[in-house]
Ligand binder design. Structure first.
Ligand code: HEC
Length: 164
């Protein structure tokens, strides 16, 4: 063997040995990952979480005697239930009632005379339930159904107290 050949042979052997070592490392790595996965899937806690993830959205109730309880949907009160009429007005009602958009009466006394004449209760009912009048459509609670009746009341009171 020439010198050149033996150098090549030595380097090539080192390379081969390194590749064999790398292969073994990768095999061990793969086995450990596999073991981890299997352990996870078999773990009780994890299986229940998987079942929760893949369970159907609804189930047909085949028990004729089952009492179906419909939980009332608790709606969180808007603005944390605040009774600050001005704040609620600014956030909800202003869009229409300051600009007069869609025929909404602006906060000008003249636009409210006939409305006030019908009485507070009727006006409040209209504001809470919504209605379509001669000028346009007042959405129930100004479109914010999460306002409580009480919140609408203080807001209407704020509006009436601030007519110009
Ligand atoms: C999308 C627009 C709009 C929003 C938002 C809105 N309103 Fe109105 N509102 C109207 C219109 C239009 C009328 C007039 C309807 C008519 O009489 O023809 C009206 C009328 C009213 C009236 C008079 C009712 C009556 O019997 O004359 C009150 C009180 C009232 N709104 C309160 C409110 C309050 C309080 C809010 C906010 C919580 C609000 N509105 C938000 C459009 C709106």
């Amino acid at each position: 063997m020439s010198d050149q050949d033996s150098i090549f042979f030595r380097n090539f052997s080192i390379l081969l040995a390194a590749l064999v070592v790398l292969t073994i490392v990768l095999i061990l790595f793969g086995i450990s990952i596999q073991n981890n996965l299997v352990a996870n899937v078999q773990g009780e806690a994890d299986r229940s979480s998987i079942q929760k993830l893949i369970k159907p959205v609804a189930e047909v109730n085949t028990d004729p005697n089952a009492i179906v309880e419909v939980a009332p949907v608790a709606m969180a009160a808007a603005f944390d239930g605040s009774l600050d009429g001005q704040m609620i007005y600014d956030n909800v009602c202003m869009a229409c009632h300051t600009t007069g958009a869609g025929g909404a009466p602006k906060l000008i006394a003249a636009e409210w005379e006939t409305r006030i004449a019908q009485g507070d209760a009727a006006m409040l009912k209209n504001a809470i339930e919504g209605y379509t009048g001669e000028k346009g459509m007042m959405p129930a609670k100004g479109g914010r159904l999460d306002l409580t009746d009480e919140q609408v009341k203080v807001t209407v009171e704020f509006m009436l107290a601030n007519l110009k």
